[in-house]
Ligand binder design. Structure first.
Ligand SMILES: [Zn+2]
Ligand SMILES: [Zn+2]
Length: 463
């Protein structure tokens, strides 16, 4: 990245030359494109809709004219993508990583067990170290809240004893970190590593699950101890701090959540749906004979990808996978007034599933690809039979063009549907976790022991 490359600008009309928004790079970007990645440094950029200059996807405003930067969507690619190059680019992080990466602003974000927050661009092989949160982070859930118009995004990470808030747009280590930690009242708790636990933020509330147990004077060996009592911890965000205020007992051994539905913090156990209503944790029974996917170690007709919660939440409602009388199904739950309403579309084969832009799901079973919208299940595509789906589906377009990572007799492959003729081979040592779509790239995350590998294939539109 030569810093002097900025001098190229003077030779042509300044309006027509677009340069990389990374001030250490300033390479020339391809004219005529609306967004993409800098080929030199991997910076994700979009064009300002007013002045046309390239701005970072993490900025709030265009620095030239101050108009708010548009939220960056990575879901839409363009028509009929195909692989531009069968040789992928691989990023490896030399630190252990226990949490599933999160996609935000054209990058993948991950926190290592050293507490280092890394930003990974599919167009660059060098991970960017954004911040060190400290060693207690990186073993528990984190989330990135998308910026509202003109506002800042927020990375929220739960540590062993604290919550950290951070602006992910900080990208230079010498910047003043917008990171704060606060200490909950109780100290004798451990966070869950035996459940699908996440962190939920609604308005100023930050919620997560925790277990409490006696840490002193208990002679029982660690392996024989019972799991402690389960609590929903709810803190309040004040400026850049989270102050823990309430703990609500969850009378069950396992729970799944929390997540936000209709601005309420919700979670579920094996037979109850719970949500916060002011100072009370309200509880309603789940439909009779429905058993939600709740145990990461348990049997399930659905493939829940490593590091992800099994439920899928949209503004209109949430899909909870499980079994009803032995048949795979999703409960679609809406909060109407202050009561949950359930409906139970059946998915005969179960399978792997991902959200769609119409607030539905695309479900990949062994022999078919289906689209579920609330209770309506329809056929989408036919992937090749007799293959094992290892990651995906990643939705490439709104017309149900998808990418699947498949295992077959010939080995592991990434295939693009419809047709499935577009394919790229994957190394046998790769353990696929998840597929992400970025403009111009299809990215596979993989685990090698406790290390995260991020493998990206460039895509082009064939239409
Ligand atoms: Zn650049
Ligand atoms: Zn502008």
């Amino acid at each position: 990245m030569p810093p002097e490359s900025g001098s190229k600008r003077s030779s042509s009309a300044s309006q027509t030359v677009v340069v990389c928004p990374n001030e250490l790079c300033h390479s020339e970007l391809p004219a005529g494109r609306g967004r993409g990645y800098c080929a030199e440094c991997g910076e994700a950029w979009t064009r300002c809709s007013k002045c046309g200059r390239a701005i970072s996807t993490l900025w709030q405003f265009c620095p030239t004219d101050g108009i708010p930067a548009e939220a960056w969507s990575s879901s839409l690619y363009g028509a009929s993508p195909k692989f531009a190059d069968p040789e992928p680019r691989t990023i490896e992080i030399g630190e252990e990583s226990w949490t599933a990466p999160v996609s935000y602003g054209g990058y993948l974000w991950t926190i290592s067990t050293e507490g280092n927050v890394f930003r990974l661009s599919p167009a660059n092989e060098v991970p960017v170290l954004v911040e060190n949160l400290g060693k207690e982070f990186g073993r528990h859930p984190f989330t990135i809240l998308r910026k509202k118009e003109g506002g800042r995004p927020l990375l929220v990470a739960v540590g062993t004893r604290r919550v950290a808030l951070m602006d992910p747009a900080i990208h230079k280590p010498e910047d003043e970190p917008l990171c704060s930690r606060s200490l909950p009242r109780e100290e004798n708790f451990v966070l869950l590593d035996d459940s699908y636990s996440s962190v939920a933020v609604s308005n100023q509330q930050v919620a997560y699950l925790k277990r409490k147990r006696e840490t002193q004077s208990d002679p029982t060996p660690e392996s024989e101890r019972k799991p402690g009592d389960l609590f929903l911890a709810v803190g309040t965000r004040r400026a850049n701090n989270v102050e823990l205020e309430d703990e609500f007992a969850v009378s069950s051994e396992k729970a799944c959540g929390p997540f936000v539905l209709g601005q309420r913090i919700c979670l579920y156990t094996d037979d109850q749906f719970l949500f916060l209503d002011g100072q009370r944790l309200q509880s309603y029974p789940l439909p009779r004979d429905f058993h939600p996917v709740i145990d990461p170690e348990g049997e399930s007709p659905f493939d829940v990808w490593w590091g992800h919660p099994p439920y899928v939440v949209f503004p209109s409602g949430a899909y909870i996978p499980g079994e009803l009388n032995g048949v795979a199904c999703f409960q679609f739950v809406e909060l109407i007034g202050s009561r949950p309403k359930f409906s139970d579309p059946k998915i005969p084969e179960g399978g792997a599933y991902r959200p769609t832009s119409d607030e539905g799901l695309v479900i990949a079973s062994r022999g078919s690809l289906k689209h579920l919208w609330r209770t309506r299940l329809s056929d989408a595509l036919q992937p090749e039979r007799d293959t094992q789906i290892m990651a995906g589906p990643a939705l490439l377009t709104d017309d149900f063009e998808v990418a699947l990572c498949q295992g077959a007799a010939k080995g592991r492959q990434l295939r693009l549907y419809p047709g499935g003729r577009e394919r790229a081979d994957i190394d046998d040592e790769v353990t696929p976790i998840d597929l992400f779509l970025f403009p111009g790239y299809l990215t596979l995350t993989s685990r090698l022991e406790n290390h995260l590998e991020v493998i990206s294939w460039p895509l082009v539109s064939s239409a």
